[in-house]
Design a protein around this ligand. Structure first.
Ligand SMILES: Cc1cc2nc3c(=O)[nH]c(=O)nc-3n(C[C@H](O)[C@H](O)[C@H](O)COP(=O)(O)OP(=O)(O)OC[C@H]3O[C@@H](n4cnc5c(N)ncnc54)[C@H](O)[C@@H]3O)c2cc1C
Length: 375
């Protein structure tokens, strides 16, 4: 992406936060010929949007957002074709596994609830699984398979989307933090480290910082950070040909294009949101890696290259936040939570059509900000 250095004095839409949700919104609004300025206090996709595992899975998603996530996976396939860059997108399919009878009962329930939306995939018992995926460990009692599970490269997709937004006319101001906001007649006056900007509409897309950004507008949103870890191994010849997710939600494993394996599952890191210290919790990491090796024993042969942690947004009910803030003129929020990288491109597209055409996103109705009474 190019460096946009001069802050325009006015725009139609200002987006606060340059993670994947903000970038996707900027891209789609710029394509609709809105004058867009995106403010990013650090680097675009510099936080969770480049630090995540790149899993685009349907089987680990739950109602009521299954129809939304089905569409979000289709949006990724479209984005991969539309972006003028290689973003490591692939859809090898994936196994959603159970390692105990209790897990298997949960898997069966998950299978049935996905079936209601035509997303059940296929059931595998242990024997069938062993034949099909001999690289999986012995302790797996059942799994479901979905051909929809996919992945893309977080180190590439964010900058490719930033470049696409700029090519469509958006200005992306890096190192530019929104410090305060006030109403000036019918527009928002936004004070940043680089000067003032007037915007008719503001979209808050600040990930786990969205509660703090909302406070600048006098609004309350209960958004909290959760610090989670991810690990990558050295590259190796291909030995695992599907994405693996655990029905308990505590493991994701995949081997990516360069042969490295990514190991995640939302295990907590050790750090601090106020000072933005991003640390590893060695005990949690140990549990995460042990589980990974039990599920995919071939991982034990590989050296760990790196482990890291970053902040993901959380809300009290675990659901994302999407839409206009009631009681605030032309102020919107687009906040993915868990599975947020999967969700972000479609949330950006739907936010653009909400702003441009007033079109409500029905699949995101449960994500309405009104449920938090944010005035
Ligand atoms: C370790 C890890 C693994 C994950 N794995 C997966 C996965 O495999 N699949 C999946 O779907 N999801 C995954 N996620 C979740 C996903 O990465 C996030 O939900 C998603 O990237 C959030 O995107 P975002 O744009 O909302 O926020 P972020 O990427 O957090 O971006 C928010 C941006 O706002 C900026 N900002 C904040 N305040 C201001 C301000 N005042 N002014 C200007 N800018 C501001 C920040 O600097 C930041 O760049 C994972 C998350 C983590 C941490």
């Amino acid at each position: 992406m190019r460096a946009d250095s001069a802050l325009p004095t006015e725009c139609d839409v200002c987006i606060v936060g340059g993670g994947l949700a903000g970038l996707a919104t900027a891209w789609r609004l710029a394509q609709a010929r809105r004058r867009v300025v995106l403010l990013e206090r650090r680097l675009p996709a510099g936080a969770a949007s480049s630090a995540n595992a790149g899993t685009l899975a349907i089987q680990n998603k739950r109602p009521p957002l299954l129809p939304f996530f089905r569409d979000a996976l289709a949006e990724w396939a479209r984005v991969a074709r539309e972006l003028d860059a290689e973003i490591g997108y692939g859809a090898p399919g994936g196994f959603h596994i159970a390692r105990s009878d209790e897990d298997a009962a949960r898997l069966r329930k998950n299978f049935e609830s996905h079936g209601v939306f035509g997303l059940a995939g296929e059931w595998r018992d242990a024997a069938a699984l062993r034949k099909e995926a001999p690289w999986l460990g012995d302790g797996i009692v059942a799994a479901t398979y979905s051909p929809m599970d996919a992945h893309a490269d977080p180190l590439r997709a964010g900058s490719a989307m930033a470049a696409a937004a700029q090519a469509s006319g958006a200005a992306i101001l890096t190192g530019t933090e929104l410090n305060s906001a006030s109403r000036e007649g019918t527009v928002w006056r936004l004070e940043t480290g680089a000067g003032a900007l007037r915007a008719e509409t503001v979209v808050m897309a600040a990930g786990p910082w969205t509660g703090r950004v909302a406070a600048l507008f006098g609004a309350k949103l209960p958004v909290h950070p959760s610090l989670i870890m991810l690990s990558v191994t050295e590259p190796a010849p291909r030995f695992m040909d599907r994405i693996v997710t655990h029905v308990a939600g505590n493991l994701t494993v995949k081997q990516v294009r360069n042969g490295s394996s990514l190991i995640g599952g939302g295990w907590p890191g050790a750090g601090d949101f106020d000072t933005e210290r991003l640390g590893i919790d060695p005990l949690m990491l140990h549990h995460n890696l042990r589980l990974a090796v039990a599920v995919v024993p071939g991982l034990a042969r590989l050296r760990l290259a790196r482990s890291w942690a970053n902040f993901e947004a959380q809300t009290p009910d675990g659901l994302p936040v999407f839409g206009a803030l009631p009681g605030h003129d032309k102020l919107f929020v687009v906040l993915p939570t868990a599975g947020g990288w999967t969700a972000a491109p479609l949330m950006g597209r739907l936010m653009a059509s909400l702003i441009v055409a007033g079109k409500a996103a029905e699949t995101l109705a449960p994500a309405t900000p009104a449920r938090f009474n944010p005035r």
